[in-house]
Design a binder for this molecule. Structure first.
Ligand code: HEC
Ligand code: HEC
Length: 330
């Protein structure tokens, strides 16, 4: 191609690009997640995230030396586990089901009852309670491993402290983002990204099912608390959010979980009582057990079994598939 024609084509292309640039900016698709808010004193760096991944997988952080964070928060199960209730490092059974850690960095209150008001405080509490650790002792064990010591010096400018271990884990958890699912690609205009059942399911989720009242995009659930009747009739009902606020209206209320990647994180609910995703959706569609404290927002929807299947198909289209490799421990 002669040079002048090439220049002409190039300028035409540049002109087109410039025109495209002056178009009114398109608003992002509704389900796209905003950038992760990182605290100014804890920016994510590649070296920090790699270190966080090792700490997350390392049982040497625990009291017994046998329990890692990932002993209950499994990547392949949406950072949750498959048991209704799991056993802590000290052998005691947890009172609540392990929640997903997906999109945990977007929350403003942590735990099912929201009793932790910062992610760092939550991680320190889990380190102690779930893995039975004395943070000072565990930190000494970490500092005795040359491969850890050198990484802490590189990332934090000194040997590990309980605080830098917590901060490293927090930065790592903020990287657990479930987005770019088939449904996100559908909303971004990609054809055939999801099934027709999923498209109809989303309409039911937003319409007849009134699920969006509490599970609104882009998170499909965030730090808001409702009583959906699950403690009704139990001998020792879990007070849930009431423990934190001491407000009677919050008795039996729990955090609304994100429904992103929900299809891989069963069983469901704070007590693990929903075995399959369809069970959980059917329970919600039925309006919940008739607890006197149940949220008035949750009402029977009249959704049919076929409609419930379509909502399940929609929720299945919210699963993201980012790569994951187990770290090698130093
Ligand atoms: C024995 C199982 C188990 C282990 C091990 C475990 N967790 Fe958890 N994790 C849970 C349970 C159960 C909850 C919910 C407890 C509650 O809400 O009362 C939870 C909640 C959390 C949450 C809050 C999520 C949310 O949505 O609010 C974070 C963050 C977390 N764990 C981090 C960790 C870290 C960090 C470690 C390792 C130091 C760890 N977990 C080890 C079972 C475990
Ligand atoms: C009143 C607010 C509200 C409405 C309306 C609502 N949900 Fe929920 N949803 C919640 C809360 C709160 C939880 C967790 C409660 C618990 O475990 O005690 C939950 C849990 C779930 C879970 C289990 C998620 C997990 O990880 O354990 C699924 C699935 C679900 N809802 C789907 C739906 C669907 C589908 C609809 C519509 C038919 C719906 N929800 C309507 C508040 C609501």
């Amino acid at each position: 191609m002669p040079l002048p024609i090439r220049v002409l084509l190039l300028s035409a292309a540049l002109l087109l690009a410039a025109c495209a640039g002056t178009e009114a900016p398109k608003s992002p698709p509704p389900s796209q997640l905003p950038p992760m808010p990182h605290p100014a004193d804890n920016p994510p760096t590649a070296a920090k995230l790699a270190l966080g991944k090792q700490l997350f997988a390392d049982p040497r952080l625990s009291g017994s030396g046998r329990t890692a964070c990932q002993s209950c928060h499994y990547r392949e199960f949406g950072w949750a586990d498959t048991k209704a209730l799991s056993r802590r490092d000290d052998g005691n059974l947890n009172a609540r089901h392990t929640p997903t850690l997906y999109n945990v960095g977007y929350q403003t209150a942590w735990y099912w009852d929201g009793r932790a008001t910062t992610l760092d405080a939550q991680i320190l509490a889990a380190w102690r309670a779930q893995t039975g650790a004395d943070p000072a002792k565990a930190t000494a064990i970490i500092n005795a491993v040359p491969g850890y010591r050198s990484q802490f010096v590189a990332v934090w400018g000194g040997e590990a402290t309980p605080e830098t271990i917590v901060k490293t884990l927090a930065a790592f958890f903020r990287s657990f983002v479930s987005t770019d699912s088939p449904w996100d690609r559908h909303e971004a205009g990609q054809r055939n990204a999801v099934s027709q059942a999923a498209v109809e399911g989303q309409a039911l989720f937003a319409g007849k099912g009134r699920c969006v009242a509490c599970h609104a995009p882009p998170y499909y659930g965030n730090s808001t608390f409702f009583n959906i009747g699950l403690e009704h009739g139990k001998a020792n009902p879990d007070p849930g959010r009431f423990n934190v606020t001491k407000n009677e209206a919050d008795r039996g209320a729990f955090k609304t979980p994100t429904l992103r990647s929900v299809a891989i994180s069963g069983p469901y609910f704070h007590d693990g009582s929903g075995i399959t995703l369809k069970d959980a959706v059917r329970y919600m569609a039925g309006g919940g057990h008739p607890d006197p404290n149940k949220s008035a927002v949750l009402q029977p929807t009249g959704l049919t079994e076929a409609e419930i299947d379509k909502i399940v198909a929609f929720l299945e289209s919210l699963t993201s598939t980012e790569p994951w490799q187990q770290p090698t421990l130093p």
